[in-house]
Design a protein around this ligand. Structure first.
Ligand code: PLP
Length: 540
């Protein structure tokens, strides 16, 4: 075995180097290919994927039921054998649908219960209008109107954010929401608009909390934005939290925007409650700071609260249903802003003070009678369709109704909480198996989402053998050597975390996508590989 591996090693240095320039997603794709013909003929396990291997079922079944009832309603208007029906009639719709939801099956019980609860809780006077939004929306018979967000959907989403992101800060009545094609589209719209609305100029300083989801490192440096991007990189030694010095950096008024994924990907930590409070100090010193936060992993950390809750007027919140609900294919995300926010104030001040006034009057005059009062969030909607197609902007109505179903399933108690608890437990069990197998102390702080985990392979080498070996490895091997050999020899794919902005030697394992047994195997393969390196080190 050892002889074989030595032959193998003579070629791989050059091979590994060629990957240096590629993004870590590309590298993972190549390593996955290589893993198929691994030397040990093991089945491939891919611990690189962030897509969860579970789905939420109740919301999905409920959606299908709305669609089914919608078709029956449409057919009661008129019906043709060619597979054609009329449009849904609003008058009396609430009662008709509630009557149709008459069987004891899970989805009917669920729908009756959450629709009634929504009517009561949101004090919906026009029940037919609410039911029409759900049924017509599920059918996708009309352009979504208003384009930014369907009326009742916005209220439901606000309740969802209140429960999962705002927590003890009551903001439910103070927010505007723009549903988008996933969280990634939301980020694109935000940066585009910060640029178009002249809130951020080329050369402006944008601080990115790193390590971060790689595509997010790439957006702000695009040539059309040309921001001066700085990173504040968190360290394992500080439980991946920002230091006081890093908070100080944000107080410099030259810093125009701060960009964070919270809880993070790949380090999988939420900002602690104490550190959250520090944003208030930052804003006292730098009141125009715009904070952009991606809260997709929020529900995976038990004590989590969004930056939005402590800095609502300065924060643009992005949420995605992709991970918790196993719904990456649905493309369900949103942007949330406080009704009184720094972006609108800056637009107004800029326009009062400069020639941009006239330009922007023209830019939005085709869609707004009072363009300079057009809110940042509405500008995002208009600009997402090059303004001219504003009336056809917005997320598809069926997607919005699917979001309603996920949100309503979450807002039910205790079932919604049980689902969230279960999703946390799944990744926790895998996490514990993985770290126990490695024989290293796992982190058990409340901030840890356990959705991903970063392993410092130098630390692993040191703890399993000794520091001299770890140092030797660090000096003599390309940083991609470990993940490369894990793929080609063992058929085990994990991601190098350097491209996420992490320190060299860190690898990311996603706990979202495989079985407990697979995580045991990944850890065991990592140990075996470490031992192989150690053998080579001793024979050098
Ligand atoms: C997976 C992930 C998302 C989800 O993006 P969608 O476009 O909603 O699928 C968003 N942000 C981060 C940091 C992620 O890791």
């Amino acid at each position: 075995m050892t002889a074989d591996l030595n032959i193998f090693r003579q070629v791989d240095d050059a091979k590994v180097k060629q990957f240096d320039q590629l993004s870590n997603f590309e590298i993972a794709a190549i390593f996955k290919q290589l893993a198929k013909n691994n030397l040990r003929h093991q089945p491939v396990v891919n611990g690189g994927r962030g897509n969860p291997n579970w789905i939420e079922t109740t919301g999905r079944l409920a959606y299908s039921r709305l669609l089914e009832i919608g078709v029956e309603e449409a057919e009661s208007t008129f019906q043709h054998d060619a597979g054609m029906a009329g449009d849904v009639k609003k008058a009396g719709l609430y009662q008709r649908v509630m009557t149709a939801l008459n069987d004891g099956a899970r989805r009917d019980v669920f729908l009756r219960r959450v629709i009634e609860a929504a009517v009561n809780h949101l004090q919906i006077a026009d029940r037919d209008a609410f039911m029409y939004e759900l049924i017509d929306g599920a059918l996708g018979d009309h352009y979504p109107y208003p384009p930014r967000c369907l009326k009742f959907t916005e209220q439901i989403l606000a309740q969802y954010l209140q429960k999962n992101c705002f927590k003890d800060q009551n903001l439910v009545d103070d927010v505007d929401i723009f549903p988008t094609e996933g969280g990634t589209a939301a980020m694109v719209y935000i940066f585009q608009e910060l640029h178009s609305a002249h809130i951020l100029y080329p050369g402006d300083t944008v601080v990115v909390n790193s390590s971060i989801f790689t595509p997010y490192l790439q957006i702000p440096v695009l040539s059309e934005y040309d921001f001066n991007v700085k990173t504040v990189t968190t360290k394992r030694s500080n439980n991946w939290q920002m230091t006081d010095e890093q908070f100080e950096e944000l107080k410099d008024p030259k810093v125009k925007a701060f960009f964070a994924v919270n809880p993070t990907n790949p380090t999988a930590r939420a900002i602690t409650p104490e550190n959250l409070q520090k944003f208030k100090e930052v804003l006292k010193a730098n009141p125009n700071l715009i904070i952009i936060t991606d809260d997709v992993y929020g529900t995976f950390s038990p004590d989590y609260q969004s930056i939005f809750a402590v800095a609502p007027h300065n924060t643009i919140l992005v949420y995605s249903f992709s991970k918790l609900y196993g719904a990456t294919g649905e493309r369900l995300g949103l942007i949330c802003m406080h009704k009184k926010n720094v972006c609108d104030r800056l637009i107004y001040e800029n326009l009062l003070n400069s020639h941009l006034n006239e330009l922007d009057e023209q830019r939005y005059s085709i869609v707004a009678t009072d363009p300079h009062k057009m809110k940042f969030i509405d500008r995002m909607v208009a600009d997402s369709r090059a303004i001219g197609l504003y009336h056809t902007a917005g997320l598809s109505a069926p997607q919005q109704i699917m979001m309603d179903m996920f949100s309503l399933s979450n807002l039910r108690e205790p079932e919604g909480d049980a689902y969230v608890d279960r999703s946390r437990q799944i990744v926790t069990d895998r996490y514990n198996e993985f770290w126990n197998t490695l024989g290293l102390q796992a982190d058990q702080t409340a901030e840890n989402t356990r959705y991903y985990t970063l392993v410092d392979i130098y630390r692993l080498m040191c703890e399993r053998h000794d520091q001299a070996f770890a140092d030797y490895y660090k000096q003599h091997y390309n940083y991609l050597d470990f993940t490369y050999r894990l793929a080609v020899e063992f058929g085990t794919v994990i991601m190098d975390a350097t491209a996420f902005g992490a320190e060299k030697g860190n690898v990311r394992v996603s706990l979202a996508n495989l079985t407990i047994q697979d995580y045991h195997r990944i850890a065991q393969d990592m140990l075996d590989l470490v031992d192989e390196y150690y053998e080579q080190y001793q024979q050098r």
